[in-house]
Design a protein around this ligand. Structure first.
Ligand SMILES: CC(C)(COP(=O)(O)OP(=O)(O)OC[C@H]1O[C@@H](n2cnc3c(N)ncnc32)[C@H](O)[C@@H]1OP(=O)(O)O)[C@@H](O)C(=O)NCCC(=O)NCCS
Length: 157
């Protein structure tokens, strides 16, 4: 099946919010997941997903098939203020719908984000990934990302 990449638009937002919210729920550390009800948390995060998707300078690329059916997306753009004086790009989120996984679509989306960031004058690209998401860590390692720092957490009790 042919995979085409197009720019994402408003009609893609609901699917993006839903995928992003599901990933965020799955990525939550076990200790935090136990403190909240899934549906309430998902409703809370959908608002954050909206900001993450529609924030200033964000760019969405969508992978679709020859009938224009949605297969996956990447949200990219400038990291904004960070540790570097030179513009750094970010992969804010990526997701491929389950029936289309393991066909190289995520790799293609990452490459698209990288090419886009290069056209915006960025010299490096970063992302955050949950420690409990080995598939995503495999993907990012395979396309050349290396760990830079680790976010650590503990319960206060
Ligand atoms: C992670 C994700 C985006 C990968 O999408 P995909 O289109 O299936 O990935 P690709 O086919 O391009 O795979 C590229 C590489 O990623 C790794 N990978 C992807 N899925 C994997 C899995 N289920 N198990 C192990 N490795 C996996 C492999 O190294 C793979 O290379 P290979 O197929 O040559 O072995 C997809 O599983 C997904 O949408 N997950 C839910 C959302 C998510 O976790 N997003 C990441 C947020 S940080």
């Amino acid at each position: 099946m042919e995979v085409r990449i197009r720019e994402g638009g408003k009609s893609d937002y609901p699917t993006v919010y839903e995928c992003m919210t599901n990933t965020a729920w799955n990525d939550l550390p076990e200790a935090e997941r136990g403190t909240t009800k899934k549906e309430a948390w998902m409703a809370f995060f959908r608002k954050i997903a909206r900001t993450l998707t529609e924030g200033r300078g964000r760019k969405i690329f969508v992978a679709c098939d020859d009938r224009n059916d949605f297969m996956g997306y990447v949200v990219t753009g400038s990291m904004g203020e960070g540790s570097s004086t030179i513009p750094v790009g970010m992969v804010f989120d990526i997701s491929v719908l389950e029936p289309f996984r393991r066909r190289g679509i995520a790799k293609l989306l990452i490459k698209t984000a990288e090419d886009y960031c290069k056209t915006q004058g960025m010299w490096r690209i970063k992302l955050e990934v949950a420690a409990n998401n080995p598939n995503a860590i495999d993907l990012y390692t395979k396309v050349g990302f290396e760990a830079e720092r680790t976010l650590m957490g503990k319960n206060l009790s």
